[in-house]
Each structure stands twice: as C-alpha cells, then as structure tokens.
Design a protein around this ligand. Sequence first.
Ligand code: IDP
Ligand code: MG
Length: 149
Amino acid sequence: MERTLILVKPDGVQRGLIGEIIARFERRGLKLIGLKLLQMDRALAERHYAVHKGKPFYEGLLAYITSAPVTAMVWEGPNAIALTRQTMGSTKPGEAAPGSIRADFGMVVGRNLVHGSDGPETAAYEIPLFFKESELVGWTREVERWILE
Ligand code: IDP
Ligand code: MG
C-alpha cells in the first residue's frame, strides 16, 4: 500500500476548510492512518521544502507555511500519491481541474490550500518529518471490500 503526506496549509486551516478537505480524501476511499495539528517552524519548513531552496518563491513559501497551523495527515491506499494529487488539483488553482480542491477553493498559487507528496521517494522523505512510525495507525477498515477489489 502506498502512503502519502498531505498538509492542509495555513490558508485552509484559517478558512475553516480542514473538514472539507479531509472529507474529499475520505470519500474517495483513501484510508487515514495519521493526523495532527501543528505550527511548522522555520527549521521544519526548510527541510520540508528543501527541493525549492533558491527559487524566487522560496522565502514567501516558508513565510506562508509557517504563518499559522497546518493539519498534517498520512493517507494510504493503492496509488495513493497519484490519486491524492488528482483530488488536490494542479499547483496553480487556475489550471486545476474543476472539482479539485485547488480549483474549488483556490485563486492563486501562493494560497493553494494543500500539500501532497509528489512521488514515493518524496513521501518516504516527508512522512518522517511529521510523524514517528508509532504515530501511524494500522487499522482494519470494515468497508474495505466495497472500496477496493
Ligand atoms: P505542489 O505543491 O503542487 O507539489 P510545487 O511545485 O512542489 O507544487 O511547489 C510547492 C509549493 O510552492 C506550491 O504548492 C505553492 O504553494 C508554492 N509555489 C510553487 N510555485 C510558486 C510560484 O510560482 N509562486 C508562489 N508560490 C509557488
Ligand atoms: Mg511539490
């Protein structure tokens, strides 16, 4: 089973969209195995966004992601990374598909509401930044056979 790190970013938390965003992944059929609310400090933000260091939007991105709490989650399922990226929508809300989170709630790239790991290696790097293995819950979902074959 693939795992991915999803964040409801500070704009999503401030706008009261935590539940709305969780509901979309939950209804799709992904399984939630980790969840916490935290305020990211600069050190964590630098590690999380290390790949973007040096880009023109880097300092603004760090200011944004540390500006208020985020909701960090780990979702699990077959193909979880691609499916969650599709549910999130493209990075720029103006290019995101209607019905995706970023299209339905976003206007600009710098306030695009959610983060999701973009590949298995990224997920393996990002998940431990936010969760100890002991904080991830392996549980049996009784409706599993109605969601997965
Ligand atoms: P992703 O979040 O869809 O994976 P990335 O390219 O990894 O997109 O960029 C990380 C985050 O940096 C974006 O979600 C967005 O918040 C921010 N970002 C990316 N490009 C820009 C930009 O051109 N201007 C401002 N912020 C940007
Ligand atoms: Mg990314």
